[in-house]
Design a protein. Structure first.
Length: 249
């Protein structure tokens, strides 16, 4: 019998961006523009995917370092209860997710696993919420697990070949921005510090950054000091180069 982990993972939610189901992007062939920051790239890929797969709920997590717990960073239409269940039980303990990680180049849905629909996970947490099909898979950058994606739908019990192709394409486009988000969590940079860092990497002065982000100049000065400390940089050029190496800009 499957047992749900009793510990709640509320402390891990501070990086999570929850959204209602968005207006999907249906007229764009490329899932994402690389001109966007990593968090916005993740959002754009999910928007692109929603137009093709129509998931009712989706979740993206990142793994800040090898062996670390998954941290949720973006979700559409998924309740905190389901996110908590995923973090507390499904991701760390389920045989199905472990199998998906071992066979990372394949997309597995519910029907890829014998008797999954009869499991507690399916009956008590998925079907009861109105879901009829779904998939979960890891995101790997240079053979290192950097995150995961979880999708649930209610309009069909079977994924078509075109749906599976769209999911695989979205997976490939999520690797780079999710890897960058993992790097940002590892460095300890806040979301605002990342924004300042990207402005800095564009060659903008502190005054220009303050004007663009609509904050006080002394606030920008403080953020830049923190950026230097967290990246181990002594000047703006070093910070920009390190950020590019980590995929943060």
């Amino acid at each position: 019998m499957e047992q749900r982990a009793q510990q709640r993972f509320v402390p891990e939610m501070n990086h999570l961006e929850l959204s209602t189901l968005p207006a999907p992007i249906s007229n764009v062939e490329r899932p994402v523009s690389t001109a966007l920051g990593p968090r916005e790239q993740v959002r754009q890929v999910l928007l692109w995917l929603h137009a093709r797969v129509r998931p009712v709920a989706s979740l993206v997590t990142v793994v800040p370092r090898e062996g670390a717990s998954h941290v949720p960073v973006h979700a559409f239409g998924m309740s905190l209860e389901h996110i908590d269940y995923g973090l507390g039980f499904y991701i760390p303990s389920s045989a199905e997710f472990a199998h998906s990680l071992e066979h990372r180049h394949e997309i597995h849905d519910w029907d890829s696993f014998d008797n999954f629909r009869a499991s507690d996970t399916a009956r008590e947490h998925l079907v009861r919420s109105g879901y009829s099909q779904g998939t979960s898979f890891g995101l790997f950058h240079q053979d290192v697990l950097v995150g995961s994606v979880h999708l649930n739908v209610s309009h069909t019990e079977h994924f078509s070949s075109s749906t599976l192709e769209a999911i695989a394409r979205a997976r490939d486009h999520l690797v780079t921005p999710v890897s960058a988000l993992a790097n940002s969590l590892r460095t300890g940079l806040s979301r605002r510090e990342l924004e300042v860092l990207r402005e800095l990497a564009l060659g903008r002065s502190n005054k220009e950054i303050a004007d663009h982000l609509l904050v006080a100049r002394y606030t920008v000065n403080t953020h830049i000091e923190h950026v230097f400390q967290k990246l181990g940089a002594s000047n703006r050029v070093q910070a920009a180069l390190t950020a590019r190496d980590l995929g943060l800009v």
